[in-house]
Design a protein around this ligand. Structure first.
Ligand code: 2DT
Length: 216
């Protein structure tokens, strides 16, 4: 049958510590691929504009206090859970219609940041089950020390060396063989190129209709 009937977009996730350059790499990648005429959208979690997102934003800015479990569950809601299916079904319909999604942080951030506070990792993962599984996870690798040297930590609650060390360890635990790791100490053009190649490969595979949209 016609290959194009199966054409779908790819769900591509970027993860990494604060100051790993995720957000600027996501933006560059997105605009390059738009120029190439690839149907693509850039998403980020948490979306601070939603109602729940505003509670999180105020917590991250140290303007309000919430206990660790509550923050975790609020973040889970923003990433699109069964009980809050809006993002999930929107993502799914975009992918099915052939649009690729580049996502700046996903459920891995949820687990890494909350377990870094000492919450049980299995407890953290439990409510994330059932989310759409990414076709590609790229980890922008930087040591917490190097990240801190880059300066410009914005003063948010999590932007502290000690805490980022914990987060980094949790990411190591979460990482499996399928994650692609890019060393962000490379020149910026090399990072961009590596990232673009990984992403284009993944888009091609998904266009050929290989594999269903998975669930985690
Ligand atoms: P940004 O600095 O990228 O805006 O992220 N976080 C994010 C969690 O703790 N759990 C999650 O599920 C997600 C998506 C990571 C703000 C902070 O939010 C953290 C950093």
């Amino acid at each position: 049958s016609n290959e194009n009937n199966n054409a779908r977009g790819a769900l591509i996730v970027l993860e990494g510590l604060d100051r790993s350059g995720k957000t600027s790499q996501c933006r560059r990648l997105h605009s390059r691929l738009v120029e190439q005429g690839i149907p693509i959208e850039l998403w980020r979690f948490p979306d601070r504009k939603t109602c729940v997102g505003q509670m999180i934003s105020s917590y991250l800015a140290n303007k309000s206090q919430l206990d660790d479990q509550t923050v975790h569950l609020l973040l889970v809601l923003t990433v699109g859970r069964k009980g809050f299916p809006y993002f999930m079904s929107l993502m799914e319909s975009k992918l099915k219609s052939g649009t690729t999604l580049i996502v700046d942080r996903y459920s891995y951030s949820g687990v890494a940041f909350s377990s870094a506070k000492g919450l049980d990792i299995e407890w953290c993962k439990a409510p994330e089950r059932g989310l759409l599984a990414p076709d590609l996870v790229v980890y922008l690798d930087i040591s917490p020390e190097k990240a801190a040297e880059r300066g410009g930590y914005g003063g948010e609650r999590y932007e502290q060396l000690e805490f980022q060390r914990e987060v980094s360890q949790q990411y190591q635990i979460l990482r499996d063989g399928t994650w692609k790791i890019i060393d962000v100490c490379l020149p910026v053009e090399d990072i961009e190129k590596q990232l673009r190649e990984l992403v284009l490969d993944c888009i091609t595979t998904c266009q050929r209709g290989k594999g269903d949209i998975g669930s985690a």
